[in-house]
Write a protein that binds this ligand. Structure first.
Ligand SMILES: NC(=O)c1ccc[n+]([C@@H]2O[C@H](COP(=O)([O-])OP(=O)(O)OC[C@H]3O[C@@H](n4cnc5c(N)ncnc54)[C@H](OP(=O)(O)O)[C@@H]3O)[C@@H](O)[C@H]2O)c1
Length: 393
C-alpha cells in the first residue's frame, strides 16, 4: 500500500481547452452512486433544480434493468415521480473497472454528451482494507476525472468526506478549515478513509492541472429528515439498538455530528449551480450538533426508559449481552468497535465551513437535530424491525 504513489494522477489525462460554461445551466449530467443513501436525494435535487437529462452510472446488466433499479430505489426513498423517467438514462458500468466498465466508444460518447459530473459513488465500507477499496474509490475516481477531461473540460463535483482529516496532525490542531490540505501519515487509519484521501488528492491534482473541480466534504450522514429512510450501516443505529436492549446508555460528553441525506444533497446541488463555486472546497457540517447525552436522553422522552452508566461499564454490559444473544452478531461487532472509544469520534475536531455558509446563505438550512427528527428516525427503525416499539407503562 503506497498512498503517496497512488495519489499521482495518470499523466496521460490531459486537461485542454477552456472549461464549459455556464456551470449553472447544465443540459446533461453524469451522476454516480444514485442507488446509495445520498444518491437518490442528489438525483431528485438535480431533477428539480436543473432541466438536465441525468446519466446514472450504475451496476446493472443493461439499461432496462438499470431503470428498474433506479425506479425501485427512488420508490424506496419515497422520491419517485413518473415525470422523472424521460430524463433518466441509466448507464451500465462499474467504478472499479478501466473506463468505468464502458467501451472506449461509449466512454467517449458519454464524455461528449454530459456537461457536468457529480461523482458521489464509492464503496463505503469501514471494515475493508485499502486494497479492497482502491479499485472502486481511487481508480474509479481517476476514471471519472479521465471522463471529465475527455472531449471537453467539464466541472467535476466530488463527494469526499471530512474523514480525510482524521490523522494525528489535524486531531492535534483540533480544527480544519476548508482550504487546509489534509495530511496523510500512518495515523490516517482505515481503508475507507485512506481511499477517500487518495481519491480527493487525485481530484485536487486534476484541479491544479486545469479541471474545474469542486470538493464537498460532509460529516457523517443519516437518513432523510422527512422520512428517516436509511440502511442501518451506521454505528449510531446499532448503538441505539444496543441502548434499548440494555435499558442503558453510555456516558458520553461529546457532540454527535450528523447530517440528513436530503440536506446534504440539497446543499451540494445548491452550491454546485453557482459559478463562483468552481475550484472551491466545501465542508458540510451540522451548524448545531447536539451532545450524545441529549440525543440518547431523547430516547427516554420517546418511551424508551434508559439509565445512564459510565462508558466502560456500558461496553462491559454490551459484551455480556453479545454473549447471551450470539444470534445478534451486531452486538459483538459493536462491543469490539467501541472498546476503542476513539471509534465513536470522541477525539473530536471542528470543521470550519465559511465557503459553505457563504454559498448556502439562508436558502438551504440544515434541519435541527431535535426531538422531531430523532422521532422520525426511531419510527423508521421500529417499522423496519431494528428496534422494538416502546412498551406502554
Ligand atoms: N454515509 C456517510 O456517512 C458519508 C459521510 C461523508 C461522505 N460520504 C460520501 O458520500 C458518498 C455517498 O455515500 P453513501 O452513504 O450514499 O454511500 P452508499 O449508500 O454506500 O452508496 C454508494 C453508492 O456507490 C455505488 N457504488 C459502489 N461501488 C460501485 C462500483 N464499483 N461501481 C458503480 N457504483 C458503485 C453503489 O452502488 P450499488 O448500489 O450498486 O452498490 C451506491 O450507489 C460517498 O462518496 C461517500 O464516501 C458518505
Amino acid at each position: 500500500m503506497d498512498l503517496q504513489a497512488d495519489k499521482v494522477l495518470d499523466t496521460a489525462i490531459l486537461f485542454q481547452g477552456p472549461p464549459l460554461k455556464p456551470a449553472s445551466n447544465p443540459e446533461a449530467i453524469l451522476l454516480t452512486g444514485a442507488t446509495g443513501l445520498v444518491g437518490p436525494y442528489l438525483l431528485k435535487a438535480l431533477l428539480h433544480r436543473t432541466k438536465a437529462d441525468i446519466y446514472c452510472l450504475m451496476r446493472c446488466g443493461d439499461q432496462a434493468e438499470g431503470m428498474r433499479r433506479l425506479k425501485d430505489h427512488l420508490v424506496l426513498h419515497a422520491l419517485w415521480q413518473e415525470e422523472f423517467e424521460p430524463r433518466l438514462f441509466p448507464v451500465a458500468g462499474d467504478l472499479s473497472k478501466p473506463l468505468l466498465g464502458l467501451t472506449e466508444a461509449l466512454f467517449t460518447s458519454l464524455a461528449t454528451k454530459v456537461d457536468s459530473i457529480y461523482h458521489n459513488g464509492a464503496l463505503v465500507n469501514f471494515l475493508y482494507p485499502y486494497s479492497a477499496l482502491k479499485a472502486a474509490n481511487v481508480l474509479g475516481t481517476q476514471e471519472v476525472i479521465r471522463l471529465a477531461a475527455r472531449s471537453r473540460l467539464k466541472p467535476l463535483h466530488f463527494i469526499s468526506t471530512v474523514a480525510v482529516f482524521f490523522s494525528r496532525t489535524h486531531f492535534q490542531r483540533g480544527v480544519a478549515a476548508e482550504n487546509d490540505p489534509p495530511q496523510c501519515d500512518e495515523t490516517l487509519k482505515g481503508g475507507y478513509k485512506q481511499s477517500k484521501w487518495v481519491a480527493e488528492q487525485l481530484v485536487l491534482n486534476a484541479r491544479e492541472r486545469g479541471l474545474p473541480a469542486v470538493v464537498y466534504r460532509p460529516v457523517r450522514i443519516l437518513g432523510s429528515s422527512k422520512t428517516g429512510i436509511m440502511d442501518f450501516k451506521d454505528t449510531l443505529c446499532h448503538l441505539i439498538k444496543a441502548c434499548i436492549a440494555l435499558g442503558k446508555y453510555p456516558r458520553l460528553d461529546t457532540l454527535i455530528e450528523y447530517l440528513p441525506a436530503d440536506y446534504v444533497a440539497e446543499a451540494v446541488v445548491h452550491l454546485s449551480l453557482q459559478e463562483r463555486s468552481l475550484g472551491r472546497i466545501f465542508h458540510l457540517c451540522n451548524p448545531a450538533p447536539v451532545s450524545y447525552k441529549s440525543f440518547l436522553q431523547e430516547l427516554n422522552s420517546l418511551g424508551y426508559p434508559l439509565q445512564e452508566i459510565p462508558y466502560d461499564h456500558w461496553v462491559l454490559e454490551l459484551e455480556q449481552l453479545a454473549a447471551r444473544q450470539p444470534q445478534e452478531k451486531i452486538y459483538s461487532f459493536l462491543a469490539l468497535f467501541l472498546r476503542d472509544s476513539n471509534n465513536l469520534l470522541l477525539q473530536q475536531m471542528r470543521f470550519e465551513s465559511q465557503n459553505s455558509r457563504a454559498g448556502l446563505g439562508n436558502e438551504v438550512v440544515c434541519p435541527p437535530t431535535d426531538a422531531k427528527i430523532i422521532s422520525t428516525y426511531l419510527t423508521y427503525f421500529q417499522k423496519n424491525g431494528l428496534i422494538p416499539a416502546p412498551s406502554i407503562s
